[in-house]
Write a protein that binds this ligand. Structure first.
Ligand code: SF4
Ligand code: SF4
Length: 365
């Protein structure tokens, strides 16, 4: 399992986390799924479930392991009826949070998220109605270690980013939504890409929900592109976006977990998602998506990473320059052999781009 570091805090987060929204079965069965996830290196757990029942499994599976795992709790998801409910009612939210901590025998959550906020009116209510103030206050007391939010809307995510107070947020990322297909394809292609870059620049991580667009991308009959993508392709696509630290597939049972875990040992060919070039909208054609389908470069350039660091540097990310300098081979080693251009399904003019990148970083030194 690969782990990525949360910039503000230093926690090491497994690139595969667990979304338990659809977890079903007896408490023993659900506990076994969570324990198997932990045994396989997963340490990041989202706690917005569709029923109250999985919380009891979390409690069992986490017993004696609190320091090994990271919890992402949602302020606004409530379970008084036994099933998921959404509220902004402050007392109910507090009651739910207190219940969760008690059940899990812990006195803190690693991540405390304003749950599912997609419109400005709702945002204003959260910011002015006391919930945000409450969350900030308990963060100051150490009860929440990192503040964040979950949203499908890049405009709302950006507003949280602008508070300067969030360390991580949950966002729906997959090739369909990024290419303006599907229910939650909110925002322009460039707006979404700019959001990910700005998060990276500000040291804010992203945990990814809906990596398969609610399962639609996994079946050609329902796929928004009329083509099946695999779990590994969807995971890799999300993990290649700037700022993404972890992807949270919604796991229903042990079979789903085992399928997701196959990503850990998947080959580069299995993770190659360059097939999405078939659906690239006009305004995204010619833009590098960092997929590395064009490898190998005879000069040993990591083409995807070089392009990513360049885009981040252009967006004002000071760290990106340092990351670029640490690469073993730089853009100035490009001999314009044309191999990558002939392989790139996104029609990126990489020879010219490498020249531009080399000149940029030479100036930036
Ligand atoms: S140049 Fe093309 S194939 Fe290579 S990483 Fe960029 S998008 Fe992928
Ligand atoms: S054109 Fe440059 S970056 Fe592309 S494969 Fe050739 S040497 Fe590598």
């Amino acid at each position: 399992m690969e782990y990525r570091t949360l910039p503000h805090g230093g926690e090491r987060i497994s690139v595969l986390g667990l979304g338990a929204g659809g977890l079903t079965g007896t408490t023993e069965e659900m506990t076994a799924v969570i324990e198997t996830a932990i045994e396989n290196g997963i340490n990041y757990f989202d706690m917005a479930t569709s029923e109250r029942a999985p919380f009891f499994a979390y409690a069992k599976a986490f017993e004696g392991r609190r320091e090994q795992i990271l919890t992402q709790m949602h302020f606004g998801a409530v379970y008084q009826s036994g099933s998921y409910g959404w509220t902004r009612e402050f007392t109910e939210i507090k009651r739910q949070f207190t219940w969760q901590l008690k059940l899990l025998k812990t006195d803190y959550t690693d991540m405390g998220f304003v749950h599912c906020i997609d419109d400005r009116e709702d945002l204003d209510e959260v910011m002015q109605g006391g919930l945000w103030a409450y969350m900030k206050a308990i963060k100051a007391d150490g009860v929440i270690r990192h503040l964040g939010s979950s949203s499908h809307n890049p405009d709302i995510a950006r507003r949280f980013l602008d508070t300067g107070l969030v360390d991580l947020f949950m966002f729906s990322i997959n090739p369909a939504y990024d290419y303006q297909a599907g229910e939650y394809a909110i925002g322009e292609v460039a707006e979404r890409a700019a959001l990910y870059r700005d998060c990276e620049k500000m040291g804010v991580g992203i945990s990814v929900m809906k990596p398969f667009a609610g399962g639609q991308l996994l079946d050609a009959r329902t796929s928004l592109f009329k083509r099946t993508l695999t779990h590994a392709q969807c995971f890799q696509y999300a993990l290649d976006r700037p700022a993404v630290l972890t992807v949270l597939p919604g796991v229903r049972n042990m079979d789903d977990l085992r399928t997701a875990l196959k990503y850990v040992d998947a080959s580069p060919e299995e993770k190659d998602y360059s097939v999405i070039s078939e659906f690239t909208p006009q305004d995204a054609d010619g833009i590098c998506v960092y997929c590395n389908h064009c490898q190998p470069c005879p000069m040993g350039l990591n083409i995807g990473l070089i392009n990513k660091y360049y885009d981040l540097a252009l967006a004002g990310d000071e760290m990106a320059k340092g990351h670029y300098q640490k690469l073993p081979v730089h853009a100035d080693a490009c001999v314009r052999c044309g191999h990558c251009e002939s392989r790139c399904p996104f029609h990126v003019k990489q020879e010219t781009r490498m020249e531009e990148i080399a000149a940029y970083f030479a100036m930036a030194r």
